[in-house]
Write a protein that binds this ligand. Structure first.
Ligand SMILES: [Fe+2]
Length: 146
C-alpha cells in the first residue's frame, strides 16, 4: 500500500529532523569564540523552526493513517543522521549543520517523488514548501562557509 511507504518516509524524516534539532541545541549551548552572539542566536532560530518541522512531519503521518514515532528509542533506530557529542570549532560546526541539512533535503526530495507517484498531493505540497525553505537555509550556510 502506497500510504505505508509515505508514512514510513515521514517517520524517517521525523527521526532525522529530531536528531538534527538536538544537534542544533547542542551547538547553541556550546558554541564559543568571536562569533558567539551571532551563531548562538542563529542556532536558536533554527531549532525553534525545526521543532515546528518535526511537528508537521509527525502530524502528517498521523493524518494519513499512520503513527508518529513515539519514543527517542524509535527516533534513534530510524535516524540516518549521526548524533554528535563533540564540540567542533565554529566553521566545522556550521559545516556539519550544512551537511545534515543537505542530507535531510535529499531525503525529503525522495519522499516527495514517492508521494507524487502515490498521488498524495498534500504531502507533495508540504514537502515542496519544506525543500524550498530548507534549500534557502542551506545556501546561506554555504555562503557563511566560503
Ligand atoms: Fe538558549
Amino acid at each position: 500500500m502506497s500510504d505505508k511507504i509515505i508514512i514510513e518516509g515521514l517517520q524517517s524524516l521525523q527521526a532525522d529532523a529530531t536528531v538534527f534539532y538536538h544537534k542544533l541545541r547542542h551547538y547553541h549551548w556550546h558554541v564559543h569564540g568571536p562569533k558567539f552572539f551571532e551563531i548562538h542566536a542563529k542556532l536558536e532560530t533554527m531549532y525553534d523552526h525545526w521543532a515546528e518541522v518535526i511537528d508537521a512531519l509527525a502530524e502528517r503521518a498521523v493524518m494519513i493513517g499512520g503513527k508518529a514515532l513515539p519514543t527517542m528509542k524509535d527516533v534513534l533506530s530510524r535516524a540516518t543522521l549521526k548524533e554528535e557529542s563533540e564540540i567542533p570549532e565554529l566553521k566545522e560546526m556550521v559545516a556539519h549543520v550544512a551537511a545534515d541539512l543537505e542530507a535531510i533535503i535529499q531525503e525529503a526530495r525522495k519522499l516527495k517523488a514517492a508521494a507524487e507517484k502515490a498521488g498524495d498531493e498534500d504531502t507533495v505540497a508540504m514537502l515542496d514548501e519544506f525543500t524550498l525553505t530548507e534549500s534557502k537555509t542551506l545556501w546561506m550556510l554555504r555562503a557563511f562557509l566560503k
